[in-house]
Design a protein around this ligand. Structure first.
Ligand code: UDP
Ligand code: MG
Length: 324
């Protein structure tokens, strides 16, 4: 896609790519990325974020950065997770436009040209949406579908199903995102919350270029809980409503029992131990659920008020004046 950008001052476009143990996928991905960028007239800077990889990813990145001035490597001090790694990369960028994408080839770099074309036609944010997910495992598809159904049901901001952290943002949008200091970052939700002019670009997700998914079940659950608890107060209302319902039931039961006494039929009341204990259990259970939900929020508030940084950078490589 050749835009009519004057070659004297090409648009600067930054790419942010988080990597966690991607030694198998990295070199085919990088080759594909370079091929896609070759065709575009913009000035690209590639920010690879090494999210505490324990395999050969960092070694490969060091070699890449030494060979190509366009490449920066942001090495985090440990594994902070995908969303934190994206945040680390985004906060380094200075370009007019920023594209975030995964380093496993599932976010095809060939789409970057189309994304930029859309952005330049007057949008601040170009979102992407996975379609035809046959190549994605059934488990991923079902959990993703359930996840978006839940988040959109209870949250205030709507996120389109199949959304991924593959998007283009203008400088203004990136600055807005970087100005949001929260510790629990669910970037898809944060971007949806921001507003701005956005457009959705559908794409077919290819298979990983190598290695296995780095999103363990635990990481998926963490992301889901960040999405639910930092974007919605509905879980608290659920607890309160269930608690209220049980209070109402208790009142009805009291009235029912009292009616036996008023009509002088108290002797016909069987000693209802089992029902008493049943009610006690349910009420106790609903109280515990409510306490647990409140506890989740208290925990989230606790982590926010500590004002810990979202990530720590060990060092940044690349960008020095070297032969390209
Ligand atoms: N990733 C990361 N930190 C993590 C987990 C994943 O930086 O703790 C990176 C990973 O290297 C990849 C991207 O985030 O570039 C998406 O991860 P993955 O492909 O494993 O997720 P999936 O596509 O299976 O949802
Ligand atoms: Mg992937």
């Amino acid at each position: 896609m050749n835009d009519s950008t004057p070659s004297s001052s090409p648009l600067s476009v930054d790419l942010v790519i988080p990597l966690y143990n991607e030694e198998e996928a990295l070199s085919p991905f990088h080759a594909r990325l370079c091929a896609a960028l070759e065709a575009l007239p913009h000035a690209f800077t590639i920010y690879y974020v090494d999210d505490g990889s324990s395999d050969g990813t960092l070694k490969q990145l060091e070699a890449l950065a030494a060979a190509d001035r366009r490449i920066r490597v942001v090495e985090l001090s440990r594994n902070f997770g995908h969303q934190a790694a994206l945040t680390a990369g985004l906060q380094q960028t200075k370009g007019d436009w920023v594209v975030t994408l995964d380093g496993d080839g599932q976010h095809p770099p060939d789409l970057i040209g189309e994304m930029l074309r859309l952005g330049l036609s007057g949008y601040d944010i170009v979102l992407t949406q996975r379609v035809d997910e046959e190549k994605v495992s059934l488990f991923k598809r079902l959990t993703a579908r359930g996840f978006y159904a839940l988040v959109n049901r209870i949250g205030d901001t709507q996120i389109q199903p199949g959304a991924a952290d593959f998007r283009l943002m203008s400088r203004a949008a990136v600055d807005a995102l970087n100005s949001m200091p929260e510790y629990h970052r669910f970037i898809r939700g944060m971007v949806a919350w921001m507003g701005y002019r956005s457009v959705i670009l559908p794409y077919q997700p290819p298979q990983r270029l190598g290695g296995r998914s780095k999103y363990s079940l635990r990481k998926m659950l963490n992301l889901a809980s960040d999405a639910v608890f930092s974007f919605s107060l509905v879980p608290l209302y659920i607890g309160i409503s269930v608690g209220g319902l049980f209070l109402l039931l208790a009142l009805l039961e009291a009235v029912y029992v009292l009616s036996f006494w008023v009509t002088g039929q108290q002797s016909s009341l069987t000693p209802g131990w089992s029902s008493t204990i049943f009610v006690l259990l349910v009420v106790g259970g609903s109280l515990m659920i409510t306490m647990g939900l409140i506890g989740m929020y208290v925990g989230y508030i606790f982590q926010e008020v500590k004002r810990r940084p979202v990530y720590l950078v060990r060092r940044i490589l690349g960008g020095e004046d070297k032969d390209a």
